[in-house]
Design a protein around this ligand. Structure first.
Ligand code: ZN
Length: 131
């Protein structure tokens, strides 16, 4: 019998402060989402405003403080903030003058999720050594 295909991939965002942005769709063979990890130095803005044709985005602020812009509104975000933006929302993000910003952006097709969490998860027979 042929060995089963590996059911996982591991990547790292180490070095993102230098790279500025790392995307994981290709690194992890993601098939239903795009994940990026982004680092803005203190005082630096994403240099454009953008919107999406089909995808909503969830921004998760991992550390730092900044300002978020959507459709003419500006609001403060900080470590722990989670922001969902509809595809049509025109968005931009800036790190505060004294604080670099580290954040995830998860991009998925709007209205594509038909089940989640306990409606999709199934208890498995195998266990790790610590269970
Ligand atoms: Zn986007």
């Amino acid at each position: 019998m042929e060995k089963a295909q590996t059911n996982y991939k591991v990547a790292s965002f180490a070095g993102v402060e230098t790279a500025g942005r790392m995307t994981f769709k290709d690194m992890l063979d993601l098939s239903g989402s795009e994940l990026s990890v982004n680092a803005l130095p203190a005082g630096v803005s994403v240099p454009f405003t953008h919107w999406h044709k089909r995808n909503e985005e969830v921004y998760v602020i991992l550390s730092g403080k900044g300002q978020f812009y959507v459709d003419g509104e500006e609001f403060a975000v900080a470590q722990g903030s989670v922001i969902r933006v509809s595809p049509a929302g025109e968005r931009c993000l800036k790190a505060d003058a004294t604080s670099p910003l580290l954040y995830l952006c998860i991009q998925t097709e709007a209205n594509s999720l038909v089940q989640a969490t306990e409606n999709d998860g199934v208890l498995a027979a195998s266990k790790p050594s610590w269970l």
